[in-house]
Write a protein of this length. Structure first.
Length: 244
């Protein structure tokens, strides 16, 4: 049932080598078979965080799948001479799963983002994915986690999307994945993007692999986060030497 995928280890984090189409096929099959699935969408920032927090690294490596959400991961795999097939953006998996859920009357639960964003999300999802059953929505600034977990349990969803940013979302999932036989996926700022509160880079920028630059220009506070990249690349280069 579990489809083993080739893995590429980058600084101790094991990435699954897949494509968007293949990955969506694997997930839909698992949902149809009522298998719990924990998906991590990781970028260099998450890899570096995991390197400094061993418990978190352990949590990620125990997820069912970790996909390369970020061109930095693709570059890292290339530098290690173990290239990955393609970048699989968490946002793309998210929208494909919503479409499939709508076509197959599945139930989804959404946790994350600011209250106004999650309210918009409810409207947009009802309009654009009319066949999808919304099992519940919860903004990402709650204090009573037990209550959220209980709401998920009662909704008995097929898919739970958690968009509270990393590492919060992965920690939430690992504590609560036992509440439903569902796909649980951490997807960062995806609710902001789906509702138009944050714009994704135009296709051209994406094709040039410059989405990260576009986002940093639009949201200068993100430049700080890019500062991690040189250290990430240096550590990957070190791994390459050690692998030899
Ligand atoms: N967020 C949340 N709860 C928190 C902190 C953040 O729901 O306690 C939300 C925030 O509103 C945003 C998302 O988490 O929608 C994080 O987005 P970001 O762009 O930082 O995530 P990335 O995709 O870069 O991991």
């Amino acid at each position: 049932m579990t489809e083993p995928m080739n893995q590429v280890s980058i600084l101790g984090i094991n990435f699954d080598d897949t494509t968007l189409d293949n990955f969506v096929r694997v997930l839909t099959k698992r949902i149809d078979n009522h298998l719990r699935t924990f998906v991590v969408t990781a970028n260099p920032e998450i890899v570096m965080y995991a390197n400094e927090h061993k418990k978190f690294a352990h949590l990620i490596n125990n997820a069912d799948y970790t996909i390369p959400d970020g061109i930095g991961i693709i570059l890292g795999a290339k530098l290690l001479a173990t290239p990955l097939s393609e970048r699989v953006a968490g946002y793309d998996v998210f929208t494909r799963m919503l479409k499939w859920g709508s076509d197959n009357q599945k139930t989804a639960f959404f946790v994350g983002a600011k209250p106004n964003v999650i309210a918009d999300l409810r409207k947009i999802v009802s309009r654009e994915y009319p066949g999808l059953i919304i099992g519940g929505t919860q903004d990402g600034y709650f204090t009573d986690e037990q209550a959220v977990a209980e709401a998920i349990r009662q909704a008995d969803p097929d898919m739970v999307f958690v968009a509270t940013g990393s590492p919060k979302q992965e920690e939430f999932i690992s504590r609560n994945i036992n509440k439903a036989e569902a796909l649980f996926m951490g997807i960062g700022g995806s609710f902001d993007v789906l509702t138009g509160n944050v714009k994704r880079a135009p296709k051209k920028w994406q094709d040039l692999k410059l989405e990260w630059l576009y986002r940093a220009i639009k949201e200068p506070s993100r430049f700080k986060r890019l500062a991690i990249l040189p250290k990430y690349l240096a550590d990957v280069a070190k791994q390459r030497i050690n692998n030899k």
